[in-house]
Design a protein around this ligand. Structure first.
Ligand code: FEO
Ligand code: CA
Ligand code: CA
Length: 649
């Protein structure tokens, strides 16, 4: 059982305590000290497990009466289940042993691709959690990494189609899975607090990044298959830059080293053209100064370094002592730090493609990205910058994506970047981050510099500091959900962040004017997680968010949960006026539930258990059965409803 102390430890976050400290000194948070908080807010419905269980067995007499939309997947589903979210939830009092996951009795799960799984069968050794050894760095470069986070399933036949999208039924039994490996602490990965050699650093670097694996469903479950497109992308994989800042001096080093790698890949999102976007979040924590003390570094630190949270020892990874790229005080690598903090595009079907960092989307601590398509064919990408008092962003392409792709251009290279200001009357404005704005032209030499220091530009425009924007997702009716995970440092509430301090987090729902193309939006507080505390569906610290086309909103949590619960996956029917969270899954001790994707038929879902037990075998040995010895490993769970209905039903 968790104690209050455990909860506090979990809330400290595993990246490093410093991750969550604010580095925003812009003072934007005081510009609305006089508040009129009259924005609509939904009350959470206190559902009961008994009522939910009764709903599950009700015959389908009322099927089709709820206006679920013309979705054949859900019409099938309605013949089986009365409610859109009709499963029997995991009761809050039922989770007594968190060494293994707990799932709704209507569901079953399978563990897939835990840390150390070869990305193709037989390509290298498997690391299975033996505490007396660890993989070599060479083995790790061919194994699934650690810190499983955002991911996406690309059906294996997707590439053969001229157009991609939900209107095409594609293969649901085989595909390419792209998955982020956000982070793994040294004690988990190396078995010690700090690296002692370059080999140690290379092992740490090679468990970070992204995996692309081919997976297929067999009669006895999902397995990894051979594929020419399977690959690991690590901190040392060649990458390239595109967009307005691609040729900027700020991305070049005196050393002349080519751009390499991606790191702290948190959330993600697919593009309409069938590629994977991975988001670089807490990249600052991997840099440090090998030669300066803390005081010396702070004195020498630039305004931009401070704003992006760099300091002399980072999160304690120690890479900078053995790899000059990560030494902030090495003059030959002075701009290496600017090469991280981007959204990176990966082709899941081409193992030879060089991942591309899309500079038009700005540099900040990218959590995740959700793309909406406007009726004019252009796209809008909604993105959070996860730090206390940081911002919500939107990128809008200048071209229709199909035109751009057909003519060999990327819709992600040419567009407008905006940051959100939430006004107290339930409306808001997207403020364009453009060098054409005299305020920004006074500060930056050109659009490239502005994009490299997007946080600084956003400060100058008076964006609204938020309670840690995590994931975004596009809802059934094209509305956007934003998870704000928590903010224990908030002292002054405002309309969009109405709890001070905000220990439990909340979810905001926005609706863009002009079909995602405009600069105005409306917004409301969709849910205050604190309001769930008295309900059966209690959850806190919302992080992962994904909505299916029928309006089921899946929320994964990251933070100590009340009442002995562990981090969890909960589902909300957004067609209802009142949110009623239903708990589908509870993870293991000290993990985080993050990353979510489904097959096209929505009969199979994938969700990740990140850092189970914080890597401590005394806590859990997952995916191994409890033995007190085996090192727990980050894993993907494959979820299925036992009756074969869609996930979340
Ligand atoms: Fe990587 Fe903000 O979670
Ligand atoms: Ca997250
Ligand atoms: Ca988080």
């Amino acid at each position: 059982m968790l104690t209050n102390t455990d909860e506090a430890v979990d809330n400290g976050k595993l990246h490093d305590d410093k991750e969550d400290l604010s580095s925003n000194e812009s003072g934007n948070r005081s510009f609305r000290d006089v508040l009129k908080i009259n924005v609509s807010r939904r009350k959470v419905l206190a559902g009961s497990a008994v009522a939910a269980a009764a709903g599950f067995f009700t015959p389908a007499a009322t099927a089709g009466l709820r206006g679920l939309g013309a979705n054949s997947i859900d019409r099938d589903n309605d013949r089986i289940n009365r409610e859109l979210v009709g499963f029997r939830p995991v009761e809050r009092a039922s989770v007594l042993d968190t060494r293994m996951p707990t799932i709704s009795e209507d569901y079953e799960y399978q563990s897939l691709i835990p840390w150390g799984t070869p990305i193709e069968p037989g390509i290298t050794n498997e690391y299975a959690g033996d505490p007396s050894t660890r993989p070599t760095s060479s083995e790790a470069a061919l194994q699934v990494g650690i810190g499983h986070d955002g991911m996406w399933f690309f059906p294996i036949d997707l590439k053969s189609r001229e157009s991609f999208g939900p209107r095409y039924r594609t293969r649901s039994d085989e595909g390419m899975l792209c998955i982020n490996h956000e982070f793994g602490r040294n004690d988990h990965v190396l078995g010690k607090a700090a690296p002692e050699s370059l080999e140690d650093v290379r092992l740490s670097q090679n468990v970070h990044g992204v995996s692309v694996v081919r997976i297929k469903e067999h009669f006895d479950g999902w397995k990894v298959e051979q594929s020419e497109a399977a690959r690991r992308i690590t901190v040392n994989t060649p990458v390239k830059f595109s967009g307005p800042a691609a040729d900027s001096d700020l991305l070049q080093n005196p050393a002349g080293n080519m751009p390499l790698g991606t790191v702290n890949n948190c959330g993600s999102g697919p593009t309409p053209w069938g590629t994977y976007l991975t988001c670089e979040e807490n990249f600052n924590g991997y840099f440090g100064s090998a030669s300066l003390s803390g005081d010396e570094f702070d004195t020498a630190r630039t305004e931009e370094q401070a704003r992006y949270g760099f300091d002399f020892d980072g999160f304690g990874y120690g890479w900078h002592f053995f790899d000059r790229r990560f030494d902030l005080s090495d003059p030959d690598y002075v701009n290496e730090q600017n090469r991280f903090g981007w959204i990176v595009e990966i082709d899941p079907f081409d193992g030879t493609q060089t991942p591309v960092k899309r500079t038009a989307m700005g540099r900040f601590k990218h959590e995740a990205v959700a793309i909406a398509q406007s009726s004019n064919g252009r796209i809008a990408a909604y993105m959070g910058d996860d730090q206390r008092f940081d911002y919500c962003y939107k990128y809008v392409s200048n071209e229709a994506w199909e035109t751009a792709i057909a003519e060999g251009r990327s819709p992600l290279d040419d567009g407008k970047l905006y940051v959100a200001r939430y006004d107290d009357d339930g409306t808001g404005e997207w403020l364009e981050l453009t060098i054409d704005n005299p305020i920004l032209a006074d500060r930056f030499a050109d659009q490239a510099e502005l994009l490299v220091y997007a946080r600084v530009a956003a400060d100058l425009l008076g964006a609204t500091p938020m309670d840690r924007p995590e994931w975004t997702t596009i809802g059934k009716n094209s509305e956007v959900y934003w998870t704000l995970t928590n903010n224990s440092q908030r002292e002054v509430a405002d309309a969009a962040n109405p709890i001070a301090p905000n220990s439990d987090g909340h979810i905001i729902r926005t609706v863009d004017a002009d079909d995602h193309m405009g600069t105005r939006f409306t917004w409301e507080i969709y849910l205050l997680a604190g309001d769930t505390r008295d309900t059966e569906g209690v959850f806190t610290d919302p992080d992962l968010a994904w909505s299916d086309a029928s309006g089921r909103l899946f929320i994964g949590t990251d933070g100590g949960q009340p009442d002995g619960l562990q981090d969890q996956l909960t589902v909300i029917d957004t067609n209802k006026d009142v949110p009623e969270p239903k708990r589908l899954l509870v993870g293991v001790q000290s993990d985080e539930v993050t990353g979510f994707t489904v097959t096209p038929d929505r009969r199979t879902a994938f969700v990740n258990l990140q850092h189970p037990g914080n890597g401590d075998p005394a806590s859990t040995n997952f995916p191994a059965a409890p033995d007190g010895v085996t090192i727990p490993r980050d894993s993907t769970l494959v979820l299925k409803r036992k009756n074969g209905a869609v996930i979340g039903s």
